[in-house]
Design a protein around this ligand. Sequence first.
Ligand code: SF4
Length: 353
Amino acid sequence: MTVSPKLRECDLYRPLKNGVVQCLACNHYCAIKPGEAGLCGVRRNFDGKLYLVTYGRAAAVHIDPIEKKPLYHFLPGSPIFSIGTVGCNFRCQFCQNWEISQFREFYVDPKTGEPDRWIGEYWPPEKIVNTAESYGVKLIAYTYNEPTVWIEYAHDTAKLAVERGMRNVFVSSGYETKYAWDYIEPYLHAINIDLKAFSEEFYRKITGTRLKPVLENIEYIGKEKWGKIWMEVTTLIIEGYNDDEEQLRGIARFLAGVNPNIPWHVTAAHPAYKMLHIPITSHETLIKAYEIGKEEGLKFVYVGNVRDPERSSTYCPKCGELLIYRDGYHVEEKWKERGVCHKCGEKIPGVWL
Ligand code: SF4
């Protein structure tokens, strides 16, 4: 079969036997037969080669505030050009973007390279970078669905963005393989990783994945890559599922053990997708998580998806001075020099320039 040159062959895979290939992008390590796709639905085997059928097709494109990713210690107040595609390697039953992440009912014709229905607008890497530039935006986020499943598309865009003096941010569930890190790291400046719970059972039942690889990846970026790739971690708190003291303390203790300078965002969940029965997370539960984070030694804990300027602002961990005031996406910087406490001179971890 002649496969359309419009389709981008994946870089991260290897051949097995009888035309089967193994994807090397995420920790599912799918073995994929000819004609089939991996769990994410977007990496498909045509004739013994793996193709990323969503390459160049963005299902969501917006300019967001960087605080929405959320990243609080990375160029605060900056706009960030944000893109996502269909498909995902996670099956989170509470996914807020499930219409795109869990969309699978499409087929891409290998001969024409065309999908049989809408899977996104044509946004090749040049168009993304040119458009961001035309709006004066210097940051690009790979977000809304898991960028690891479209890593070749993200990689080519990020590489071009770096050539134009821009910086790149992943918003990820942390299921990357070492192959994926090696591939994207040269072009990656910051990442927010979701740590969705502290229980293998939660990960298996609610997300269709495993906790251990996520912990290993947080440890990898938080230790080996600290100072090269900025990382913050987010936990969406779902009452009755991951808000018990054992799990919250487990997450906070784990993060503090990796690096107490990692900002931890504890954010409110809303009913969505297959978890329409859950309540909107109460403010009290978020405050409980915030306090546990502080007790376990994390220097920067933030509550999110709720109005709480006190617990979403940044304070000097040494003298307690207010440095960045936040109210929703409204940001006011109080310091005279970015990254330095104006009262005691303490250096604040982050990327400020
Ligand atoms: S990226 Fe997709 S195809 Fe590759 S291992 Fe993960 S789920 Fe499977």
